[in-house]
Ligand binder design. Structure first.
Ligand code: ATP
Length: 354
């Protein structure tokens, strides 16, 4: 039976190096939760601690009410799917999926029923007599998923399961995994460094850096209201513009505009602007003056790089629209910002001011 998962003040050290630094995360029963961050941030280390392949130096991990710190990996009821499939090459598809049930002492009839059911879920019933070498990468990953879920695990743990697949299949498999996960209502911890994958699949995401959690939130919260400039930079595209703030007034390159701030602040700051949060005008409109440095045609929109003075460059996306002039390199423009959407951070990037 699927369980909620509690990670409380968990730490992992390799000698002097702290790979996981007092991380706390609560994951609801049935939730699809993603650990997202750059290479080396500690995602795999934390997942392996949940699975039981890495020891826990300090803190507690619980599956529901059960503290699992000192329970060996094979006795934790966790299903695992890895990047490199990790299915047994010498066993047929059927025997690969049946393996965990046999090890748990299920009867032949129970095994047959459960394996058939799960192979149906991953749409691999007709392949049950094949050897893994006769399957494509996507099919092998479906079998790895079937093997992980057939044991009805408390939690399903997945470490970059799609990274060995080609781009098209990767996108297709996102919804295969997500639909099965929702269907079974299975608590899932998913590791990826691919932000698009995380945004597309997750109920909530923890963005990690240097062994710490930078922010936990829904994909929408993380994208629209990053809590610091690391998250803002890691997720999606943002242009970072140095500015100063006094009260509610933001001064940027000689222009001033008001923003609603979360707290009173005076000092230097950084305005973070997504390409869809700025508007370009070709006639003076009180916005910040700039010049088109580069234009990239991307089908239904154009990405402009706008030089705003000094070495300040802003990216702006403009969807093609009747009557909207297409700008060329060198054209003068005036930029206004969607003040409700843009983000503002303290100069060190550590705190959001909105
Ligand atoms: P990637 O996306 O590249 O897999 P990750 O976020 O999963 O990265 P981890 O594999 O968890 O990162 O590693 C976190 C840090 O701990 C890295 O700096 C790594 O070098 C270090 N590390 C991992 N395993 C060990 C080990 N067995 N001994 C020493 N250091 C390790």
């Amino acid at each position: 039976m699927s369980q909620p998962l509690f990670i409380e003040e968990v730490t992992k050290r390799y000698g002097d190096f702290t790979a996981i630094d007092r991380v706390s995360i609560s994951i609801d029963k049935g939730e699809f939760f993603t650990l997202l961050g750059p290479s080396g941030c500690g995602k795999t280390t934390l997942l392996r601690m949940i699975a039981g392949f890495n020891s826990i130096e300090a803190g507690t991990i619980r599956f529901g009410q059960t503290v699992i710190n000192s329970i060996p990996a094979y006795k934790r009821n966790a299903g695992m799917v890895f990047q490199n499939y990790a299915i047994f090459p010498h066993l047929s598809v059927y025997d690969n999926v049946a393996y965990g049930l046999k090890a748990r002492g299920y009867s032949k009839a129970e095994i047959e029923k459960d394996v058939e059911e799960v192979l149906g879920l991953v749409k691999m019933s007709e392949y049950k007599d094949r050897q893994p070498s006769q399957l494509s990468g996507g099919q092998q990953q479906r079998i790895a998923l079937a093997r992980a879920i057939v044991i009805k695990p408390d939690v399903l743990l997945m470490d970059e399961p799609l990274s060995n697949l080609d781009a098209k299949l990767r996108i297709e498999m996102r919804s295969v995994i997500k639909k099965i996960q929702q269907n079974l209502n299975i608590t899932t911890v998913y590791v990826t460094h691919d932000q698009e994958e995380a945004l597309a699949m997750s109920d909530r995401i923890a963005v990690m850096n240097l062994g710490t959690v930078q922010q936990i939130g829904t994909p929408l919260q993380i994208y629209t209201r990053p809590q610091n400039s690391f998250v803002s930079n890691f997720i999606g595209i943002s242009s970072f513009l140095s500015c100063s703030v006094a009260g509610n007034t933001v001064s940027l390159l000689g222009h001033a505009f008001d923003m609603k701030l979360a707290r009173a602040y005076t000092g230097n700051a950084v305005l973070a602007v997504r390409p869809e949060e700025a508007t370009l005008k070709t006639i003076e409109n009180g916005g910040v003056a700039g010049r088109v440095q580069f234009a990239t045609f991307l089908g239904d929109f154009i990405n402009y790089e706008i030089e705003l003075g000094g070495d300040c460059v802003l990216q702006v996306n403009e969807y093609l629209k009747e009557g909207l002039p297409i700008k060329k390199t060198g054209d003068k423009v005036w930029v206004t910002f969607d003040r409700k959407s843009v983000n503002l951070f303290t100069a060190d990037g550590k705190e959001s001011l909105v």
